[in-house]
Write a protein that binds this ligand. Structure first.
Ligand SMILES: Nc1ncnc2c1ncn2[C@@H]1O[C@H](COP(=O)(O)OP(=O)(O)OP(=O)(O)O)[C@@H](O)[C@H]1O
Length: 573
């Protein structure tokens, strides 16, 4: 296919406001590569399916052209002739605001001095394949003088472009295609062009992460070919994402919830094959949530994989920074390690990381995306532990199945106490949906409101906390009666250090003691967050705070400044 044809089609798509008509245009574009006489890899349809989305490489491939705007402006100015310099390109860009328009405003062609490396050597009409091949070569240029060679190659391409071709070449190079074609458009166009039910195209896209390959397989091998596409160990899959949600909603939606700790680190996808991966050397690749290859930055994850795993797998998880005792450090610490390219060994001495895996997408030749979460988690346990007990295994995120809000509350409290971010709630029956932010994974909604409550009671702790007060009873003011009414108890969100301080603060106000329980004279106000307010016969206010968390002591507030029952009622509605 000539690049001019592609540019014409792109212009028609850009001029089209209606989504359905855009899909039809893309459908025709893909169908018109049918019977393409050109040979070579990748096939033209693959290149076209990517170019139309403004991509040169498939989504799973972290290769980039590594061409900045100024290099592109220089290539354009050189191809535009002796009287044009980059200032002129930048001035026009400031006027029109879009590089495609600027590139299309010049006359190209006939410039001399083309380098041996670049499209300048071609003759006749520029083809889609030539553009692709040159961009691939350009992406591979590295080392001394590579920037100049990239500019030369790009100059060679622009020099062969008509105005319309230049418009889309410039946008392609700077990843600014913006003709209204999104991933859904290409998915629907593939389905329509080759008469394949959309969900089969969708599945093939999920496993391959490659619109080009899916378009080619749909055209050349049809439905059976698409259905046979599978995950490839070494090629990243898009990560499944979470929505915010409450425990109450989760338990209403599902019979039981799968509860996991929410680790405060960076998402990783771990690919491992003991016999070596096809792409590149070695057994292990680690990808970020954006499918960047971060293997070199995280040697601990590679060591973990090589020590623990025995069969080919794709695992989903989080990498967490840890201190010498293995306890989690804040998220900022992991960032010091995550994309680091230099001095990794030194950085590792400063901040250690460890992986925690919570999902298994593929194990030993079997794709698990469509299996329920509980099955995937069982496979995860087996690949990580062999026959060991899950509790003993480093790198495995535990999963609790429960329909009991109190149990969830104690898992949440334990997660926070262990230094993690909180909990994730997942639908135990749900499949793994790459790239989706659906309701099947929910992160507990952050507290939106806080209440200032009077502390009216407490319990002495147990074990190493026996000398501290914990589990504080909270009350609000009933303005009509002048009484304090209980609304809940808070034991979560308090560090050991704070427990000591709170004990010191409250001990002088202890009115009565019975066993571990103490009654406290109203004197201290706590600010607490909560997930929601429910009606409850347990407390005298008639309401209970669900998942209360300690935020702070409001030592600036007297009892009269604490919140009222009326406010609780208002917040509930
Ligand atoms: N057990 C777990 N299951 C799933 N994700 C977890 C788990 N523990 C930690 N995470 C992390 O939590 C993230 C989802 O939470 P959150 O939505 O807050 O992430 P984010 O990247 O900050 O924001 P967003 O996904 O909304 O852009 C996951 O992408 C993952 O990195």
């Amino acid at each position: 296919m000539e690049f001019a044809t592609f540019a014409d089609r792109a212009a028609a798509i850009e001029a089209e406001p209606a989504d359905l008509a855009i899909i039809e245009h893309v459908q025709d574009l893909l169908a018109d590569t049918d019977g393409d006489a050109e040979s070579g890899e990748p096939r033209t349809i693959e290149i076209v399916a990517r170019f139309v989305q403004g991509r040169v490489f498939p989504a799973w491939d972290s290769t980039t052209l590594d061409i900045g705007p100024s290099a592109c402006y220089e290539a354009i100015s050189r191809a535009a002739g002796r009287n044009v310099d980059t200032n002129d390109v930048e001035d026009r860009l400031a006027d029109v605001g879009e590089i495609g328009e600027v590139a299309a405003s010049y006359e190209f062609g006939g410039q001399q001095g083309l380098d041996a490396f670049g499209a300048g050597n071609g003759s006749g009409a520029l083809t889609v394949r030539e553009v692709y091949d040159d961009l691939v070569a350009l992406a591979a240029a590295e080392g001394e003088g590579s920037e100049d060679r990239k500019i030369d190659a790009l100059f060679g391409l622009f020099n062969r472009c008509s105005s319309d071709e230049a418009r889309y070449l410039a946008r392609l190079v700077l990843s600014e295609m913006r003709i209204g074609v999104g991933e859904g458009t290409v998915r629907d166009a593939i389905a329509a062009a080759f008469d394949i039910p959309q969900e089969h195209v969708e599945r093939a896209l999920q496993v391959s992460n490659d619109y080009g390959e899916v378009a080619r397989v749909a055209r050349d091998e049809g439905l059976d070919g698409l259905d046979a596409m599978a995950l490839e160990v070494g090629r990243p899959v898009q990560a499944m994402l979470a929505q915010t949600g409450t425990v109450t909603d989760a338990l209403e939606a599902w019979e039981e919830a799968a509860v996991e700790w929410k680790y405060d680190g960076a998402r990783i996808q771990l690919h491992y094959d003991p016999d070596g991966l096809e792409e590149g050397d070695g057994t292990t690749r680690v990808f970020s949530r954006n499918m960047e290859d971060v293997t070199a930055a995280l040697p601990e994850v590679v060591e973990f994989a090589e020590k623990t795993l025995a069969v080919p797998v794709i695992l989903d998880g989080e990498v967490v920074a840890v201190d010498d005792a293995g306890d989690p450090l804040p998220f900022q610490e992991v960032l010091k390690r995550f994309r680091r390219k230099h001095d990794v060994a030194k950085a590792r001495e400063d901040v250690a990381v460890r992986p925690v895996c919570f999902d298994c997408l593929h194990a030993d030749g079997v794709d698990l995306l469509e299996e329920p979460l509980t099955t995937r988690h069982e496979r995860l346990e087996v690949v990580l532990t062999g026959d060991g007990r899950p509790e003993d295994v480093a790198g495995l995120s535990l999963l609790w199945l429960t329909d009991d809000p109190d149990e969830i509350e104690s898992i949440d409290a334990e997660a926070l106490e262990s230094g993690h971010e909180g909990i994730m709630l997942k639908n135990p029956e749900s499949a793994y949906s790459p790239g989706r932010r659906g309701k099947n994974w929910r992160k507990r909604k952050p507290d939106v409101e806080t209440l200032d409550c009077v502390v009216t009671g407490a319990e002495w702790g147990e074990g190493r906390r026996a000398t501290f007060l914990g589990t504080f009873e909270l009350s609000v003011r009933n303005e009509t009666t002048g009484e304090l009414e209980t609304v809940g108890k808070v034991a979560t969100g308090i560090t050991d250090e704070q427990l000591a301080e709170l004990t010191e603060l409250l001990e002088p106000h202890i009115a009565t003691e019975e066993g571990q329980e103490v009654e406290i004279e109203p004197a201290v106000v706590f600010e607490v967050g909560y997930e929601e307010i429910q009606s409850s016969p347990t407390y005298s206010s008639g309401y209970a705070l669900r998942f209360p968390r300690f935020q702070a002591v409001r030592d600036d507030k007297a009892i009269e400044g604490a919140d009222t029952l009326e406010r609780v009622e208002r917040l509930r509605s």
